[in-house]
Design a protein around this ligand. Structure first.
Ligand SMILES: [Zn+2]
Length: 127
C-alpha cells in the first residue's frame, strides 16, 4: 500500500519468477490487521479463497517505515529496530494465517526493508 514499493516489488517478484498473472491485494498494515483480529484482511483472505479456488500460494509482503504502524518512529526509531519489529509482525501474522488456511494455501512472508537512503531490500521468511 506504499507507493515507494511499487517498482522495487515488481522487480523483486520478477527476480524470483513469481507468476506475472498474480492477483495483488494491497491493504495498509497487512500483518497488523491479521494479528489484531478477525476483521479486514482475514476476511479478505477468506473471500480470495472462495473467489479464487485455484490460488495455491499467498505471499504476504510487509515493509518497514509503515504508516499503519505510525512509521519508523513508532517501531523502534531506527532502521534496524524497525526491521526487527516488522519481521516479528510478519512471523506472527504468518502463524495466524497458517491456523486459518491450514495446508490449503502455501503462505510465504517477505519484509521489504525501506532504508532511509531510498534503497529497498527484500528479506524472505518461511519459518
Ligand atoms: Zn505500510
Amino acid at each position: 500500500m506504499d507507493g515507494r514499493l511499487n517498482r522495487p516489488l515488481r522487480q523483486y517478484l520478477r527476480g524470483i519468477r513469481f507468476p506475472e498473472t498474480h492477483d495483488l491485494i494491497s491493504v495498509p498494515g497487512g500483518p497488523k490487521d491479521i494479528i489484531d483480529g478477525e476483521q479486514g484482511l482475514f476476511r479478505l483472505v477468506d473471500d480470495v479463497r472462495l473467489m479464487l479456488p485455484r490460488a495455491k500460494r499467498l505471499l504476504l509482503v510487509q515493509h518497514t517505515d509503515c504508516g499503519a504502524y505510525g512509521g519508523r518512529a513508532k517501531c523502534g526509531g531506527t532502521e534496524a529496530a524497525d526491521r526487527e519489529f516488522q519481521i516479528s509482525q510478519v512471523r506472527q501474522a504468518r502463524a495466524e494465517l497458517r491456523k486459518r488456511v491450514g495446508n490449503q494455501l502455501e503462505v510465504q512472508t517477505i519484509v521489504a526493508h525501506l532504508r532511509d537512503s531510498g534503497l529497498v531490500r527484500f528479506v524472505k521468511f518461511n519459518e
